[in-house]
Design a protein around this ligand. Structure first.
Ligand code: G4P
Length: 530
């Protein structure tokens, strides 16, 4: 087998997806159950444990404990059937949406978890907008059917209406809450009978065949009759599953279950393997990159500093876009031209050791480094390539920051530079004036930064109000015009982490006035790393 064929075979086996939800819908629980069903039994328990451990002991993100939210994203790899599945967790809290958005650039599909009692919640809506904008295919898991929840028809209607996608139920619930009896698989034409319990693995559920099933009618009475009626209705009313529509993010297959009871999880895992796409072509500025090309390329979509405060490590999460990664290979950071030779690569929980030494398109690798790698960086074997599409959003809140002890201003700058590179906050240097400005999309980001500055960099920072409320990155085809603009607006232009000029204003009326006054200047609410 030639190398390329081997790479192509490996690429076809990959499924890389993010799991997204509003907090408390059951993302952590479902993640753990997916690992359990994939056979990674030794891992099951650890996801929840990790969440618990973070709450109990981790100092560096004590804030998590205080707020009960998950700040960090993580990556898990598992094997199921003949596939290698990479699962990326996303922070649920809305103030960390920027980080989440970037994680979504690294996946080929998303699994959306919905709490059947609460339906579509705000954070789900925001995340879905990003997936839809990127055309990411989405599978839907409606969780907590063992509780008194909304009836499934209205959950389905709500998803269709709120998220603007056609919903295709693959399974349908029989009853709910105390009278939850199971799910009916519309393709397999059989019912998986519900039995509660957290400890059972897959394969031991009772199966009843067909919708005209006398035993089911007798045992499950009114709930089964109702499910029969609803399923009949669906035959006429809901669209046929169409893979093209799904891949374009216009149709979502829907599954019902109860993650905590390990129920309905198998169907989702099978659907991920059967329906979700393998890694596809990725656009770079120079050309389209095919996943089964011989040469390695990848893009950094997340930086996490100080995961372990004792070691001051800083890990760049890289999604492999093409070729084969092998430990110790020489890689070029295209932005800086620097060469690195990652020997200690952080691999993510995995069942088999041999997976750790090589990685193919769709896989995520973590490269420890001390600042050589930045968000959006492209790594190659030498070719000058820059992947596009890593979004930075114009902040909607600003604060000035100063250090309580002037002797520590160097540490403040160092800390903010790192946190900025990590994407925890955006840091702006006004071209006139000395106070640094912090920009965020959510208030909580400021608190996290103040906390981390103190605990990780020993800097007590004062976070001060600022008059700015809006930012736009500015560009212009005419360099002279841009310079003229910056000179005329020196009091409200700042440079961001990569020295991109940014206009800061108090409100939208001011922005409109500036836009009218400078018609040649382009104002951007979103910057893609380039
Ligand atoms: P998240 O990651 O999306 O924030 O949600 P997580 O899995 O932590 O689940 C949130 C809560 O919902 C947890 O309860 C969890 O046990 C519960 N849950 C998850 N799946 C189901 C389900 O299928 N049925 C029912 N009834 N509950 C479910 P908790 O009390 O907040 O936490 P814990 O004490 O169980 O850890």
């Amino acid at each position: 087998m030639s190398e390329n064929t081997e790479i192509a075979t490996q690429v076809k086996r990959r499924r890389t997806f993010a799991i997204i939800s509003h907090p408390d819908a059951g993302k952590t629980t479902l993640t753990e159950k997916l690992l359990l069903f994939s056979g990674a039994i030794q891992i099951a328990g650890s996801v929840k444990a990790r969440k618990a451990a973070r709450h109990a002991t981790s100092d560096w993100m004590e804030i998590e404990k205080q707020r009960g939210i998950s700040v960090a994203s993580s990556v898990m790899q598992m094997e199921y059937r003949d596939c290698v599945i990479n699962l990326l967790d996303t922070p649920g809290h809305q103030d960390f949406s920027e980080d989440t958005y970037r994680v979504l650039t690294a996946v080929d599909a998303a699994l959306m978890v919905i709490d059947a009692a609460n339906g579509v919640e705000p954070q789900t809506r925001r995340l879905l907008q990003v997936c839809r904008a990127r055309g990411t295919p989405i599978l839907t898991f409606v969780n907590k059917m063992d509780r008194e929840v909304q009836d499934p028809m209205s959950v389905m209607d709500e998803i269709e209406r709120e998220l603007g996608m056609a919903v295709v139920p693959f399974t349908w619930p029989v009853g709910m809450g105390k009278l939850f009896h199971g799910v009916y698989d519309r393709r397999e034409e059989r019912m998986r009978v519900f039995s509660p319990g957290e400890d059972k693995a897959g394969g031991d559920d009772e199966i009843l065949s067909g919708l005209d099933n006398a035993e089911a009618t007798k045992r499950f009475g009114a709930e089964f009759t109702q499910a029969q009626d609803e399923l009949e209705l669906l035959e006429g009313a809901s669209p046929e599953f169409n893979r093209e529509e799904f891949l374009a993010g216009r149709q979502t297959p829907m599954f019902f279950g109860s993650a905590i009871n390990n129920f309905g999880v198998q169907e989702v895992l099978d659907a991920l393997v059967d329906l979700a796409p393998a890694p596809a072509d990725r656009p770079a500025m120079q050309r389209i990159v095919h996943p089964d090309e011989k040469k390695f390329s990848g893009v950094v979509f997340k930086i996490q500093a100080n995961m372990d405060p004792a070691h001051r490590d800083r890990i760049a999460f890289l999604r492999v876009a093409s070729g084969e990664f092998t430990r110790g290979m020489k890689l070029k950071v295209v932005r800086s031209g620097k060469e690195i030779r990652p020997n200690t690569v952080v691999s993510f929980m995995s069942q088999r050791r041999e997976l750790l030494d090589t990685a193919f398109a769709g896989d995520i690798i973590g490269i420890p480094n001390h600042g050589v790698l930045q968000l959006g960086d492209t790594l190659t074997e030498g070719e000058a390539l820059q992947f596009t599409g890593l979004p930075f959003f114009a902040p909607e809140m600003f604060r000035a920051v100063e250090v309580a002890d002037p002797l520590r201003s160097k540490q403040l700058r160092a800390g903010l530079t790192q946190l900025g590179e990590e994407g925890a906050i955006q840091v702006f240097r006004p071209i006139a004036g000395s106070l640094l400005l912090l920009g965020a999309v959510g208030q909580l980001q400021f608190e996290v930064v103040a906390h981390r500055l103190e605990h990780e960099y020993g800097v007590k920072a004062r976070i001060l109000q600022s008059n700015f409320n809006l930012a736009r990155w500015v560009t212009c085809d005419d360099a002279n015009e841009l310079k003229k603009f910056m000179d005329a607006n020196a009091h409200r232009v700042a440079l961001d982490a990569v020295d991109a000029p940014t206009l800061l204003v108090d409100h939208s009326a001011t922005l409109r006035a500036v836009e009218q006054q400078w018609p040649k200047i382009k104002f951007h609410a979103l910057r893609e790393h380039a």
